[in-house]
Design a protein around this ligand. Structure first.
Ligand SMILES: Cc1cc2nc3c(=O)[nH]c(=O)nc-3n(C[C@H](O)[C@H](O)[C@H](O)COP(=O)(O)OP(=O)(O)OC[C@H]3O[C@@H](n4cnc5c(N)ncnc54)[C@H](O)[C@@H]3O)c2cc1C
Length: 811
């Protein structure tokens, strides 16, 4: 065994072997993998081996497409068969809603370059004659789906890695990880120690235990999962004989089962409602290649429906029942990347679909380690997406919810209930009393909209306009015609202090730093010139900057800041979290409300657009920014939580004369749409350049050098490839949700990033990306957007439909 290596990958399941292979492929050869037992000894060996491209997140879907495409390459390099059966997969919808969901997935596949086809049930039956078509309304075929041999595939990765120079030590359990002061690791194993620059936790069922070795509680939990293997089924044999191919794989949304051919019979697996976590606190090191006791009673409701939908099962003998554990995260996507705050400790775990995702996970992680950037948009898998609030018991509740919803559709206005409410602001009860429908924003309860008296505060989930429509409209009109107040505690807030703070921020951000008392809006780029952040920065006084950004990206951003933080102690960064909460007032009467609460002069001359001030508001020490995301005259007022109730009450009292209303996030998002404002994680993501995203005004190439400047200069010179554009959509009873394909002259040319109804200007709007050459085609209806299976005309609109000159916010 080597005594030192550049990387030690811990865990020889499909994910660890993929990471090892991809590291060698990316050019790092001094890499080793250590496995406790023999390869595949965790959840890998007893997997059902199915693979699919479908995923709710288009970027993960792309990586799944990559994984599935990789198997031929692996077989070629290693000479090891993966046991591939590319049978194709059918997803069966039993209701109109589920069919709508399939139509949207089908539309998305068009811009992802995935091969999917919507089928009638008669067409579906030709591919799998075992189904009873009267129970379904339609289907989607994904040609890339299939299944493989889990052991063969893992060994194909391992052999390919070895051919490229990697070494693998089996029967070598890691018992301890010791961090040296230079950031490298002593990996202590039962067979000796290895000194490594980097370690990667691919511990699968033991990922939590490997996390705990470095003081980390990873939000990962294993669930029991059962599948049945049948004896020979004559109908399957007859189909194979007649058509010379296997029956097509099936996912049945209603019965929550998957089913595929296995030799001359079938495999049928369930995602049951009555699900069970496995080893909720700790996975024993003694757990070997064992199976768990099956419990058919728990899956009886699924089997009952399955037997009705696929009657041949009623006569089929059951050869084996497999019950095995595998891991999930609270949102079902993997945990990948460098762990914030622990140098050179990487994770690739919580992978619930190792044979759909393992390749993409390995590719992204290896590029991240070798090049400093994953090379894709991997936000949906980034380990930094969960905050400290994702505790073990939170994870337990969310994973059970996620498991039992594996084949459920999630509506765009659907808030999932498990583990809520968790964090609340001091206004929570008051907001609820006022009819707030709450949403979860990075663990914090945040008002979405307000049901007036007599209206039930509840969303009717739908892909179309729903029961909140008229109430959100009233909130938007109330704000734009007078004044509205909303909670903004869910923003990320940071404080940067110290003599080096300004230079530090200026090196990271693309815009000039503000003068004292002023605010700058600024993107942040990575060295490739891609957008990795978008912030509001205010300089309150010398050496003191406040910054606001996306709450969901707090740990993602902190990881970046800490990477560049000077070691001389000249900059201090604080994440303020719920230590700072906020209320925003907006609308033409908002200045009157503010003035009534302070003896400071807040006239337009004294307190200008983009000013920041520390002020006493209604006896509360506050920091006030003269900006709002509504694009209207408005203010963000930031206070410590103990002042928030008083502040809200005083604002409401002062606003009474102006008919003040309280509005929620949905009204705020509607108002930003009619201003063409982009939003982080939708329009602004690490796959877009700053100029592509139309952030030109905030990228100052003439200031000091900043990270990504060279790439930004090059993008400015060549114009990049894409353009963010805003559309007016000729919609019916549904608005875009995001991820719909954009067509031009009948061809898919781009995708929607977000949209909705802009209530004040009364237009259905969308934002998205198209090739830059097409962004100048302003003719009416030049584009089309596929909206729940219907083609809708869309027209680029250059100027924001609300207040195009920005008079309201500056006035
Ligand atoms: C019944 C069942 C059916 C499934 N069906 C499918 C399917 O159809 N399609 C699909 O894509 N996925 C399926 N899965 C899920 C799939 O098995 C997992 O996604 C995959 O196995 C995850 O691989 P992994 O490498 O992350 O974890 P594991 O396979 O758990 O590998 C982790 C490895 O790390 C090793 N290890 C842990 N700690 C240490 C240590 N301290 N030192 C050294 N080594 C250590 C372990 O021994 C183990 O070999 C199924 C799972 C089950 C249980």
């Amino acid at each position: 065994m080597k005594s030192s290596a550049q990387v030690v990958v811990i865990g020889g399941g499909v994910v660890g072997c993929s990471v090892l292979y991809h590291l060698t492929k990316a050019g790092w050869k001094d890499v080793v993998l250590v496995e406790r037992d023999i390869l595949t000894s965790g959840s890998t060996w007893h997997a059902a081996g199915g693979f699919h491209t479908l995923n709710g997140d288009p970027n993960v879907a792309k990586l799944q497409g990559y994984t599935i495409g990789l198997y031929d390459e692996l077989e070629k390099i290693s000479g090891q068969a993966c046991g591939l059966h590319r049978s194709g997969g059918l997803i069966l919808a039993d209701t109109k809603d589920r069919m709508d969901w399939l139509k949207m997935a089908h539309a998305r596949a068009k811009y992802l370059g995935l091969e999917c086809e919507l089928l009638t049930m008669a067409e579906a039956k030709k591919l799998n004659p075992l189904l009873e078509e009267q129970y379904f309304v339609g289907a989607m075929l994904d040609a890339a789906d299939g299944n493989l041999d889990p052991e063969g595939t893992t060994h194909a990765y391992a052999k390919s890695a070895r051919i490229n120079g990697a070494e693998i030590y089996q029967g070598t359990r890691v018992t301890e990880l010791v961090h040296r002061t230079d950031g490298s690791w002593d990996v202590i194993t039962e067979k000796g120690n290895i000194h490594a620059e980097h370690v990667v936790n691919c511990g699968g069922l033991w990922a939590r235990e490997l996390g705990r070795m470095v003081g980390l509680e990873l939000p990962v939990l294993a669930m029991e999962h059962m599948y049945l293997v049948t004896e020979e089924i004559p109908e399957v044999v007859a189909f194979n004989k007649e058509f010379g191919k296997e029956v097509t794989h099936i996912i049945d949304f209603k019965a929550e089962i998957y089913m595929r051919q296995e030799r001359t019979g079938l495999v049928l697996g369930t995602y049951e409602q009555d699900c069970r976590p496995w080893q909720p606190r700790q996975t024993p090191w003694t757990f070997g290649r064992e199976l768990l006791q099956p419990d058919l009673d728990r899956i009886a409701p699924n089997l009952e429906l399955g037997y009705k939908h696929f009657p041949v099962l009623q006569k089929a003998g059951i050869k084996r029942v497999i019950n095995g554990p595998f891991t999930f995260t609270p949102d079902g996507n993997p945990l990948v990347g460098p762990v914030p705050g622990i140098k050179n400790y990487w994770v690739a775990c919580g992978v619930m679909a190792g044979f759909s995702q393992g390749g993409g996970v390995g590719l992204a992680l290896s590029q991240w380690m070798v090049n400093g950037d994953p090379g894709f948009d991997v936000w949906a898998m980034d380990v930094a997406r969960f905050g400290e609030w994702a505790t073990r018991s939170y994870t337990n509740e969310k994973v059970r919810e996620n498991y039992s919803r594996r084949f459920s559709i999630r509506f765009p206005n659907e808030e999932l209930p498990a583990a809520r409410p968790q964090q609340t602001t001091p206004l929570y009860d008051i907001m609820r009393e006022q009819g707030a429908v709450m949403g979860d924003s990075w663990g914090l309860e945040t008002p979405l909209w307000f049901a007036p008296k007599g209206v039930e505060p509840k969303d009717i989930v739908s892909f179309r306009r729903s029961n909140d429509f008229k109430h959100v409209k009233a909130e938007v009109h109330g704000t734009r015609n007078g004044v509205g107040v909303t909670e903004i505690a869910n923003f990320a807030k940071y404080r940067f202090t110290g003599p080096g703070a300004e230079a530090f921020l200026s090196r990271l951000m693309t815009n000039k730093m503000p003068k004292t008392g002023r605010i700058s809006l600024t993107p942040m780029l990575n060295p490739n010139g891609k957008l990795i952040g978008d912030f509001t920065i205010g300089k309150l006084k010398d050496e003191t900057f406040y910054m606001w950004g996306s709450s969901q990206a707090q740990r993602y951003h902190m990881r970046w800041f800490e990477k560049y933080l000077p070691v001389d102690g000249s900059v201090k960064i604080e994440r303020l979290d719920m230590g700072m909460v906020g209320l925003s007032i907006a609308g033409p009467k908002s200045r009157d409300v503010l003035q009534a609460l302070t003896d400071e002069d807040v006239s337009n001359a004294a307190f200008k657009f983009m000013d920041i001030r520390a002020m006493d508001i209604a006896n509360c020490p506050a920091i006030i920014n003269r900006v709002t995301y509504t694009g209207d005259l408005g203010y963000e007022i930031w206070v410590a939580p103990e002042y928030q109730r008083r502040l809200y009450e005083k604002i409401m009292a002062a606003g009474k004369a102006h008919g003040i209303i309280t509005f929620g996030m949905r009204a705020l998002l509607s108002m930003r749409l009619e201003k063409n404002f982009p939003t982080w994680f939708r329009e602004l993501r690490p796959i877009y350049g700053g100029f592509e995203a139309g952030m030109d005004r905030f990228i100052d190439l003439t200031k000091n050098d900043f990270i990504g400047r060279d790439a930004a200069m090059e993008e400015k010179r060549n114009g990049g490839k894409l353009r963010r554009v805003s559309f007016i959509v000729d919609a019916g009873d549904a608005d875009v949700l995001g991820d719909e394909p954009i067509f031009h002259k009948g061809k898919v040319v781009g995708w929607v990033t977000s949209g909705g109804y802009a209530h004040y200007v009364e237009k259905s709007m969308a934002q998205g990306y198209v090739p830059k050459e097409l962004a100048s085609d302003l003719s009416a209806g030049a584009f089309e957007i596929e909206l729940i299976g219907e083609m809708r005309k869309a027209t680029i609109n250059v100027d924001p439909p609300f207040d195009p000159e920005g008079r309201r916010m500056r006035g």
